[in-house]
Design a protein around this ligand. Structure first.
Ligand code: TYD
Length: 224
């Protein structure tokens, strides 16, 4: 069975990964690759429902505080659904799958940020995702300060335009984000073959170029 290629984008809120994912998708499509993009949480009908529970800051008013373990389990319910419904079918069809966040986000945010620890996240990954690992993870990790600044700006724009706060996570304090940052660094050290960290604070086009080179080398090595 032909096997496609599974690429994930990771980083803090405001790290610029969503822009880079879109640009890479356009490039790969122009080169003639079949490309499927999705984001987590979300990307399926079930996932979109889970996303609105998890991210909308109004959820807490309606449901009360979400327990960290419940948050973790919902992230994995979303992920299991998108693996079954989108990722595996696309990979077995030979497509390149670009996914905006995956299990590293759970390890960084719930494992690190919420302090559940890596072990629980990795056990959950084994139990619900059949241990499906990306072939390549692009980790956008510019200095913490600049990500926080961009995320806050984006969130206040969203509040002005829509009257709602799209992201419960973006209201968290600095220590929460420091723990996430640290956990991402730890994961990158643990899995250097899969994860390529990009730490520069370069203009969008430069990072795009760097990502394009990394991906084309990986794809060429895959087929050689
Ligand atoms: P999103 O609006 O997609 O933010 P971004 O553009 O920064 O990715 O919101 C996703 C949020 O969900 C983000 O704050 C990280 C969080 N998240 C987790 O806490 N755990 C997870 O497993 C995933 C996939 C996301």
């Amino acid at each position: 069975m032909p096997r496609g290629y599974f690429i994930t984008f990771e980083g803090l809120d405001g790290s610029g990964k969503t822009t880079q994912l879109r640009r890479l998708a356009t490039t790969l499509e122009a080169e003639g690759h079949g490309v499927v993009t999705l984001r987590q949480p979300g990307g399926t009908a079930l996932g979109d429902r889970i996303r609105s529970v998890l991210l909308d800051s109004k959820s807490e008013a309606a449901l009360g505080p979400i327990a960290p373990a419940a948050e973790m389990a919902l992230m994995f319910a979303d992920r299991a659904q998108s693996i079954a419904e989108v990722i595996l079918p696309a990979l077995s069809d030979g497509k390149i799958v670009l996914c905006d966040r995956y299990t590293d986000s759970s390890e960084a945010y719930q494992g690190g940020g919420r302090e559940l620890g890596s072990e629980r996240i990795l056990a959950m990954h084994a139990a619900t995702c059949d241990n499906l690992q990306p072939d390549l993870t692009l980790l956008l990790l510019p200095p913490l300060e600049s990500s926080l600044h961009r995320a806050r700006r984006r969130n206040s724009r969203h509040i002005q335009q829509h009257g709602t706060d799209e992201n419960r996570f973006e209201r968290e304090g600095r220590l929460f984000y420091e723990r996430i940052y640290k956990k991402y660094e730890e994961i990158a050290l643990r899995e250097p073959h899969r994860i390529v960290p990009i730490r520069d604070e370069a203009p969008i086009e430069e990072i795009e170029d760097c990502i394009r080179k990394i991906v084309s080398t990986r794809l060429a090595n895959r087929t050689s």
